[in-house]
Design a protein around this ligand. Sequence first.
Ligand code: SAM
Length: 298
Amino acid sequence: MSHTSVLKNEAIEALQINPDGIYIDATLGRGGHSLSILEQLENGHLFCFDLDLQAIKESKLVLNDYLDKVTFIHDNFAKMGDYVTTPVDGILMDLGVSSPQFDEASRGFSYRFESRLDMRMNQEQALSAYEVVNDYGEEELVEILFKYGEERFSKRIVKNIFKNRPITTTFELVEIIKSSLPASELRKKGHPAKKTFQALRIEVNKELESLEKALEVASELLKVGGHLVVITFHSLEDRIVKNYFNSLSKPPKTDRRLPILEEIKVNYRSTLINVSESELEDNYRAHSAKMRILSRKG
Ligand SMILES: C[S@@+](CC[C@H](N)C(=O)[O-])C[C@H]1O[C@@H](n2cnc3c(N)ncnc32)[C@H](O)[C@@H]1O
């Protein structure tokens, strides 16, 4: 898996950085985007959020030359409004799991490595993939796999999970998933456990709920002229971002038969940026990526 930040130049360009401005990197990761922001700041400040303590620890080394301009916050980006109360010039959200999280076997995010079922971005959180797989009810688990993984065979997989509980490791789960899928499905491209693992990860980290809440808070925090840049990696996330940005940037449909009393003013503009051909060639992770920008107008 590549360790380069996806859509980095495009995201930084979209932020149109004011050297004296206030910025939020909602998803610090290993500080790739944050470093690019900090390199352009003079009297400005950057607030960095991550649920993962390891990400914060390692980014402090990456951002070592700029520590006087950074505030690190180990919390959910949905709570950014509790920490940043002044309007900001720009906010970046580069969603999902970082490459180091995927590549560290013990974190349990990957079906490629043997590990205890975990998948917590925040290592201090009680709920892990182990509890989701072993304690949730059958219907609830089917719904999670279907909704968050778009897994057509969720019922068969969950039936087998129930027969084999308790399931302790990633590889035990991979075997159960494989034994639940029809041969035609197993012959298809892509790992057979990909959808189930995605679904569990979204549930463990409450990713979609956090995103919905964060978009609301972030759009409110933006100064006039400020930009919120969101990079997504799957259609569930992108749909939430697209719908929310549309709701703010498009006037609501009115009934044409009624007289127009006053023009409805829209205070935001939404833009979609796709990944360039050259980045698609260089970076596997970029294939499912999309970037949307919400800009606050006067
Ligand atoms: C794709 S990585 C970001 C990579 C980063 N832009 C870089 O250049 O290194 C996403 C990061 O966001 C964090 N994250 C995901 N959801 C979060 C949330 N709700 N609140 C805070 N951090 C979150 C993850 O722990 C992960 O470190």
